[in-house]
Design a protein around this ligand. Structure first.
Ligand SMILES: [Zn+2]
Length: 330
């Protein structure tokens, strides 16, 4: 913890630091407030995580931006027009809304979804322009398919950002590394025939979605996999990404592989999750690959165990972005 405190102190005194050298993080109050208070989804996790950053001073190591709503044209890179139009008009059927979850549905879900997607796009543009790391404090909506949503996901931020990068940002090759405990099925189907994007998913083989899609590379784990098994598989997945020689990495960093997670089925420790993230950050720094962090799942009961892991994720990302150096003492 001493190292973190020293880092905070050092950062706080760099008054002339340009925002681009800070870790760019996107956040909007609607990430929490756009979900109905009675929804089963732990909507408070976004606000609670921001509170932690502010209480610890870690927000000083970040440049936190409130995103604009995404342009509809960008949604259409990955989604059918009819689905997009009906969502924007509030005309999804009850069945479609139930498949997404986040019910009871509220009209604020529309604006929430647009700013969440906007945050992912702005974080991606920032990473490409600065060459460093950035993050969106929500999203990783990998269960959204081209013409329907599911599993808490309306639109697929990973697919939209990957296609935006290759179509509009001069990026040639994108690797999507999905380390959430659930398979990135929507990402896989949307990008199945896109050779400029490589999709890699590490997930629990017996978890949702029960009908798996085919990613470019799937690395399923047995239930109850521990740190050693998990990290060995993460290492393989990371090497697959590096072999693709990407000039942008999109990291779905869900922490629902934690043993404490209510939906996870794996047995990964907080330290194991930290090591996972640091492996990704080390590789990205070493190979100088701009990297965007998508928050992903985390459903521990109590939610504090998920927040611990998300706190580690973004504070380590901020440190790696700043210094490029690894400290083993935190
Ligand atoms: Zn998940």
């Amino acid at each position: 913890m001493l190292v973190i405190q020293e880092f905070i102190d050092a950062t706080a005194h760099r008054g002339n630091m340009t925002p681009s050298r800070l870790f760019g993080m996107w956040y909007h109050p609607l990430y929490t407030d756009g979900i109905h208070p009675e929804a089963r989804f732990p909507r408070d996790r976004y606000q609670l995580l921001l509170d932690r950053f502010q209480a610890s001073g870690m927000n000083q190591a970040m440049h936190i931006t409130r995103p604009q709503p995404i342009a509809k044209a960008l949604l259409l890179l990955a989604h059918d027009r009819d689905y997009v139009d009906r969502f924007l008009a509030g005309d999804l059927t009850d069945k479609e809304e139930k498949r997404i979850g986040l019910t009871p549905w509220t009209p604020a879900m529309i604006e929430r979804t647009l700013v969440l997607m906007g945050g992912a796009v702005e974080a991606t543009e920032h990473a490409v322009h600065t060459g460093g790391f950035s993050g969106n404090m929500a999203g990783g909506t990998h269960h959204a398919h081209r013409d329907f949503g599911s599993g808490y996901c309306v639109f697929n931020d990973l697919a939209v950002c990957a296609l935006h990068a290759v179509e509009n940002l001069g990026v040639k090759r994108v690797a999507i590394l999905d380390l959430d405990v659930h398979q990135g099925d929507g990402t896989a189907t949307i990008l199945a025939h896109e050779p400029r994007v490589c999709t890699v998913s590490v997930h629990c083989q017996t978890n949702f979605p029960f009908r798996k899609a085919r990613s470019d590379h799937d690395l399923p784990l047995p239930p109850d996999a521990d740190d050693a098994t998990f990290l060995e598989t993460v290492n393989k997945a990371l090497n697959i990404c590096l072999d693709f020689n990407p000039d942008l990495l999109l990291f779905q960093a869900g922490v629902d592989g934690l043993a404490a997670d209510a939906l996870g089925k794996l047995s990964v420790s907080r330290e194991g999750m930290k090591t996972r993230n640091q492996m990704v950050f080390d590789a990205a720094r070493h190979h100088q690959i701009p990297t965007v962090i998508f928050m992903g799942g985390g459903y521990a009961k109590p939610i504090e165990r998920s927040l611990d892991a998300f706190y580690d994720l973004f504070t380590d990302a901020a440190q790696w972005n700043q210094s490029g150096a690894r400290s083993n003492s935190i």
